[in-house]
Write a new protein. Structure first.
Length: 166
């Protein structure tokens, strides 16, 4: 179904949940929903600048975010307000759930950054993932999360992520 169909809202609220708590909620324009993948676009939602050292997210940046109902990750294409590609920030998540106008995404701590020129592919927050206790609480989910991170890293290093989100 397209974002223009009558049963699909033009605006959704993305709710990113981590460890049972809502980490952030923000409005996003629904671009596409093909039944498996939901694509939304939103400006940088956090206040101020977030400098990770390898990339800066700042007011004016635009995120085109791809969420899957059947995959354990989300891929976010990050561009400046002028349209220059910064790269892709990938969250390892449980499969996304769209309930009415709310897109619910459970963050599982693991992340991957891929620079625009693919010269930098960084696995992030593996220590947080270990400390989360997910492997003890839900071993199947922990295994799926690690597999998803490995899959995204492989794609980033071989084919790139642009093909995944076209």
């Amino acid at each position: 179904m397209s974002a223009n169909s009558s049963d699909s809202p033009a605006t959704v609220t993305v709710a990113l949940v981590k460890a049972g708590r809502t980490k952030i909620r923000y409005p996003a324009e629904q671009v596409r929903d093909d039944g498996a993948r939901i694509t939304v676009r939103a400006p940088w939602a956090a206040p101020g600048v977030r400098d990770f050292g390898f990339v800066r997210f700042e007011p004016g940046d635009v995120f085109t975010e791809h969420y899957w109902r059947d995959r354990w990750y989300a891929v976010k294409e990050v561009r400046t307000g002028e349209g220059e590609l910064k790269g892709w920030y990938c969250d390892i998540t449980r499969p996304a759930v769209l309930r009415g106008a709310e897109l619910l995404v459970e963050d599982l701590d693991l992340d991957l950054w891929v620079s625009a020129d693919r010269s930098s592919v960084l696995r992030l927050d593996e220590d947080e993932f270990e400390e989360s206790g997910l492997a003890d609480r839900d071993p199947a989910a922990a295994e799926a999360a690690v597999r998803a991170l490995d899959e995204l890293e492989h794609l980033a290093r071989t084919e790139g992520l642009a093909g995944l989100v076209r």
